[in-house]
Design a protein around this ligand. Structure first.
Ligand code: DQA
Length: 141
């Protein structure tokens, strides 16, 4: 199984940005953690600050790909990202490092949640690790 881990804007700044919300781990640390947990499965990482690049990347995914996506602020703004995920029928889990529901109200709405397989928020890097575990366990069933 191949799982795509897609990170949106400002997530390249992990470790330096708002550590109270996002912790001190970097995007590279996240990748190491997930690769440790991937138990022989293929993980493909992509990060971009550009909405267009994220959309082009998603459009190029094989249909029904397994995706773990933290779209960052585009979660709350981007109908275009939603449409791209729908276009390729991505089987995706929406993740957030911080608990967006404890934060500003504009973070409470997501354009992705109602079309996601599931949503995991507020558990730091474990949000991604648990999403990966879900796909791994589902595949083993
Ligand atoms: C985030 C939450 C978003 O509201 C924010 O814009 C981010 C990161 C998170 O992982 O907690 O960039 O998606």
């Amino acid at each position: 199984m191949k799982v795509y881990v897609i990170n949106g804007p400002n997530l390249n700044m992990l470790g330096k940005r708002e550590v109270g919300h996002y912790g001190s781990g970097t995007l590279a640390d996240l990748e190491v953690l997930l690769r440790e947990r991937a138990v022989g499965q293929e993980l493909v990482f992509f990060q971009s600050n550009s909405e267009g690049d994220l959309i082009s990347y998603i459009q190029a995914l094989p249909p029904a790909s397994k995706v773990i996506i933290n779209a960052g602020a585009y979660t709350h703004t981007s109908i275009a990202l939603r449409d791209a995920l729908l276009a390729v029928q991505a089987d995706f889990i929406e993740v957030h490092i911080s608990n967006v529901y404890k934060r500003e109200t504009f973070r409470h709405h997501s354009y992705l949640s109602d079309i996601a397989r599931g949503v995991i928020a507020g558990l730091g890097f474990q949000s991604y690790a648990l999403a990966l575990r879900y796909f791994l366990e589902e595949q083993g069933e």
